[in-house]
Design a protein around this ligand. Structure first.
Ligand code: ADP
Ligand code: MG
Length: 282
């Protein structure tokens, strides 16, 4: 059974026109079919306005389609009422955003515990003890290599570390999939490669990930690339030569150390450019 199954998804935005003008209709998604199995790592690509955010909102149960069906773990989401919809969103999806979205006055540990509190508040569900919430949050922080920083506040962490905390928060509930929207958009090259390496590790450990990106280099760390154009899914391809982000990171650090001596910052993904040049010369 697929984790995600979209059939004929359409999303039409209607904007009321001003006096004497007819309403404007924007067809943001025009019948998208897409499914993903457990263990996949999918990039969603497409230029600005192609419908990526609209698709993310639907996948994330933040919005419902105008037409079509969305099954998550076999459950039809579009027929669910507001409470059930929120429950699916909180329990089955782990969100990672470009801007981290951590609570500033709250430690790394408390940020990661947060989804477990929401879970405790749901009617009729067994509440977890404070101890077991903490244990789960510590495990999630350990998986992202930040156990030692669990008492730090977001402002005491680098951007890359903050995003690691956000990833721990996204995984702590053991969601059906992780939904990441330009997760490295605010990070420099080194941190970007670290985060992509972490996603590759989590995916190797069985986590299912869907990531929006407009950078082809980042998509090449995933396993499958779907591309939207004008609200249609125009391409769906496996990544044939998948790169290792941690290998690229090691190479980048080497180049960086060499170039730092010359007082010159390496270009974005210098390693990737060399990789491309090497590939072209083969
Ligand atoms: N809330 C909205 N109301 C009206 N039109 C919208 C809204 N959100 C997005 N659109 C339109 O839908 C299309 C797809 O937008 P979007 O999903 O944001 O694309 P992307 O994320 O790929 O840039 C665009 O034409 C955009 O202007
Ligand atoms: Mg967008």
């Amino acid at each position: 059974m697929p984790v995600i199954e979209l059939r004929g998804i359409k999303r039409i935005y209607r904007m009321e026109g001003r006096q004497n003008e007819s309403a404007v209709v924007v067809r943001a998604l025009c019948g998208v079919d897409f499914s993903a199995e457990a263990g996949e790592f999918v990039s969603v690509m497409g230029s600005s306005g192609s419908g990526k955010s609209t698709l993310m909102n639907i996948l994330g149960c933040l919005d419902k389609p105008s037409e079509g069906t969305y099954k998550l773990d076999g459950i039809e989401t579009s027929k669910s009422d507001a409470d059930a919809f929120a429950y699916i969103r909180n329990r089955k999806i782990g969100f990672v955003f470009q801007s981290f979205n951590l609570l500033a006055r709250t430690t790394a540990l408390e940020n990661v515990e947060l989804p477990l509190f929401y879970r405790g508040r749901e009617k009729g569900r067994k509440r977890q003890s404070a101890q077991s919430r903490k244990e789960r949050a510590v495990i999630a922080l350990r998986e992202v290599g930040l156990e030692k920083r669990m008492d730090h506040f977001p402002s005491q962490l680098s951007g890359g570390q903050q995003q690691r905390v956000a990833i721990a928060r996204a995984t702590v509930n053991d969601p059906s999939f992780i939904l990441a929207d330009e997760p490295t958009g605010n990070l420099d090259t080194g941190m970007t490669l670290e985060i992509m390496g972490l996603f590759q590790e989590l995916n190797a450990g069985g986590k299912t990930i869907v990531m929006v990106t407009h950078e082809p280099e980042l998509a090449s760390y995933t396993k499958r690339i779907i591309t939207l154009r004008d609200g249609e899914l125009v391409s769906d391809k496996p990544v044939t030569e998948r790169r290792s982000a941690l290998d690229d990171l090691a190479r980048w650090k080497r180049d960086h150390a060499l170039l730092a001596g010359e007082g010159q910052a390496p270009g974005l993904l210098g390693a990737a450019e060399k990789y491309a040049a090497k590939k072209a010369s083969l």
